[in-house]
Design a protein around this ligand. Sequence first.
Ligand code: PMP
Length: 441
Amino acid sequence: MLQVAPEVNRQEDARPKSVLIADSPEVRADDVLVGGSNSAFALPVRVCLERGYGSRVWDESGREYLDFLLASGPLILGHAHPRVYDAVARQLSKGSVFHTLNRPALELASRLAEIPGCVEMVRFASTGTEATLHAVRLARAYTGRDKVLIFAGSYHGSHDLSIIGYRGAARAQSGGVPRSAIEDTVVARFNDISSVEASFAVHGSSLAAVLVEPQQRSRDPSPEFLPRLAQLCRSAGVVLIFDEVLTGFRLAFGGAQEYYGVEPDVVCYGKIVGGGFPLSAVGGRCEIMCLADPARASASTFVHISGTLSGNPVSAVAGLATLAELEEPGVYEHLHKLGERLRTGLAGQLSAHGIGGSVIGSGPIAAVEFSDPAGPRSALALREAVNRELILQGVLAQLQTRFYISLVHTEAEIDFAIDAFGAALGAAIQRLCAADRPLAV
Ligand code: PMP
């Protein structure tokens, strides 16, 4: 039986970072993994995870954490879900990858095409990055135009287009992005339709696509924003792409399309659709998707979308099993109820500690934003300190992203996370005050 309150040995944290990750000192993450990390961000406390089950994960030292990272979102059923693992085990006994048509991929494609909305046909890839990249390429080929409008602060993966505009600025946020990519990108402000109208007035006739996270980084769209965006795109012949890598099958089974009731031209799925295995999909109306048909390979508008592991049957059966579980009655009501409970509790802790900020998100997503009257550095310092304390409290969550909630999180676990957030706030305030750092209070 899992405990509600995971045991965390606070003393371990005093050990040097590199040694923390493993008991064997010769395995030093910083020596072999760039920044000791698998991605562009690293946890403030080095945690090397060994196993996960349900809502819990354990590190190599046996410490248990309540997991709200959920592998950055795909594990909406929690870790090692029996239905998913049974499907994967059965598939593994038949083969892991073929790079050809296979029944599980075909079934998953049919399932996606049945969802009410714009998806008639799909092409699979392995990551969300690829899905958004392919969607933009399809839009460019379809319209014969180059420019793409994105929103400041959005995230669409690791390619050039995505990085421009990330963290609010209309410039590359990564080295290695060519100037031409920046020149072809127009950046507007999410939830500010006048900024979109102004961009359309200047660039409308050269825009191939608007690429938008319908819920941008956990922030809901205002009721008029997405409908007006769709209208603008329609009248200017611009392809509207919903990046549903995060929202797909999370806000509702039909994702943001269903939840906000707005239909784009193209949708990108990732994370949940692969059930924790590498799979993503780009889908839309035949008219657009058929540009990638291999039978058209000699046409100038042929769109090359390919990947060695794309549509592999292991990921496809994991995705199918996950979607089947999500289609059970009451699932989304339950996920939304847990999300509401967490958001209310986190907001309560902010006010109990007199911290300025807000809790945003909907469905099984909760994100905390600190306001920063003392300047951006104070909010950042507080966020980093809370992130660190949360891990020490036994809760794996990072405020610069969000709390991801799974179907296996219990109300008691949500309450534990709320209490841990309160304790983390208290400890972070104390630590920052001791270091004489200004606070966002
Ligand atoms: N789009 C959105 C909205 C995302 O949240 C992410 C990943 N967090 C991506 C695209 C990129 O997906 P991946 O990391 O699988 O490449």
